[in-house]
Design a protein around this ligand. Structure first.
Ligand code: URA
Ligand code: ZN
Length: 366
């Protein structure tokens, strides 16, 4: 049996230097009341002055940038292969004229990290999405020829207007042409107002547990409504966190479309692909949902051959320093074991065989 982790992040050294050089979100810095520990501040609102500096963002250490720590984590959790990806917010915040060069530097850096552990590491590349579309397409083309790259990771903002923006079409076309999987991952959550005036009392729970999955669900639904998968019928998208809430809400989304007089009047209900069709032909879901309840919804929506194990390392570490195995990881292992109890083939498929097949992890045998 081979175990492949397809949802596992890194901030490579080139990106860490960039974050350390900044003073607005996203950035890494130590605060005067705890000068020996750096904190990673990435999410919108995380440097709210109402939050004490020692609980802003999260403590950050070598788990976030040292590839040796990634391999140690893999060994501890019996993970054979990891498909690493730059963590949020990727390069979204860079000015247009810096993004192309930064993407090339970071992608080269990550490909080089993979080369240090042959057969154990592959990667999803990063796109310079604040740059003009031609620069983005050029990086898609370059990534397609890189040894360890197996697709790209991106957030929900696209070129600034979201993933239903027609200006993304040349990029979707390039990704489809090269058979590169898009790993779609949230970052922005929901507008801060929905978390309410007491949000700072609740740590990261509302943005991470709900903001992230809803952001993802809205982004994918906008892609669907704008006909992305009608125009790019072979575009493959791997959605983080088991699709946000897409598997659970797919029926409601489909029903709302079918009952929409505006869409009917515009002729947009003719010949469109249903959300169910897209879920079964164009969408892969990770198994990072921490419960067999959510996992079952994902399997029912997309099938056991389209579900892939992940950890979200280095996020969600144990709060007690001494814990060796991570509860967040074991909860996902357990959900797969319980969710597919009596179906060993599906367990093996989700844990690794699907990733080997879908991402063409050559030389890896189950
Ligand atoms: N928090 C983040 O900011 N990103 C993740 O991928 C997980 C948790
Ligand atoms: Zn993640």
């Amino acid at each position: 049996m081979v175990i492949v982790d397809i949802h596992t992040h890194i901030y490579p050294p080139t990106f860490v230097s960039l974050l350390r050089s900044r003073t607005t979100v996203p950035y890494i810095r130590a605060f005067p009341d705890a000068p020996d520990s750096s904190r990673l501040i990435i999410l919108p609102g995380e440097d709210d002055p109402a939050t004490p500096s020692t609980s802003r963002g999260r403590p950050v250490g070598p788990q976030y940038w040292d590839i040796v720590e990634k391999i140690a984590f893999m060994d501890t959790h019996k993970i054979d292969v990891s498909v690493i990806s730059l963590a949020n917010p990727w390069l979204d915040f860079l000015p247009a004229h810096e993004a192309g060069e930064a993407a090339r530097r970071i992608n080269d850096d990550v490909d080089g990290l993979c080369a240090r552990y042959p057969g154990r590491l592959y990667a999803f590349g990063t796109l310079p999405l604040s740059a003009p579309a031609e620069t983005v397409v050029a990086e898609v083309e370059r990534l397609a020829g890189m040894k360890h790259m197996r697709g790209i990771i991106m957030g929900t903002s696209g070129l600034g207007q979201g993933l239903d923006d027609p200006a993304l079409d040349p990029i979707y076309a390039a990704l489809e042409r090269h058979g590169q999987v898009v790993f779609l991952h949230p970052h922005y959550g929901l507008p801060a107002s929905v978390y309410g005036p007491r949000a700072s009392e609740y740590g990261h729970v509302l943005p991470l547990a709900l903001g992230f999955p809803l952001e993802t669900t809205i982004a994918v639904t906008r892609m669907l409504l704008s006909g992305v998968w009608d125009r790019f019928r072979n575009l493959q998208v791997l959605i983080a966190h088991s699709g946000g809430t897409l598997p659970f809400l797919a029926g409601r989304i489909e029903s709302c479309i079918e009952h929409d007089g505006h869409l009917k009047g515009e002729g947009k209900l003719e010949g469109r692909r249903s959300v169910w069709d897209v879920l079964q032909k164009n969408i892969y879901l990770d198994a990072v949902i921490y419960s067999e309840v959510g996992l079952k919804a994902a399997v029912d929506a997309s099938g056991p051959d389209r579900l892939l194990f992940g950890t979200d390392h280095p996020f969600f570490p144990p709060l007690e320093d001494e814990a060796k195995e991570w509860t967040s990881v074991n909860t996902n292992y357990q959900a797969i074991k319980v969710g597919f109890s009596g179906d060993e083939k599906s367990v093996h498929d989700v844990l690794g065989n699907n990733a080997v097949r879908i991402l063409k992890l050559d030389g890896i045998h189950s």
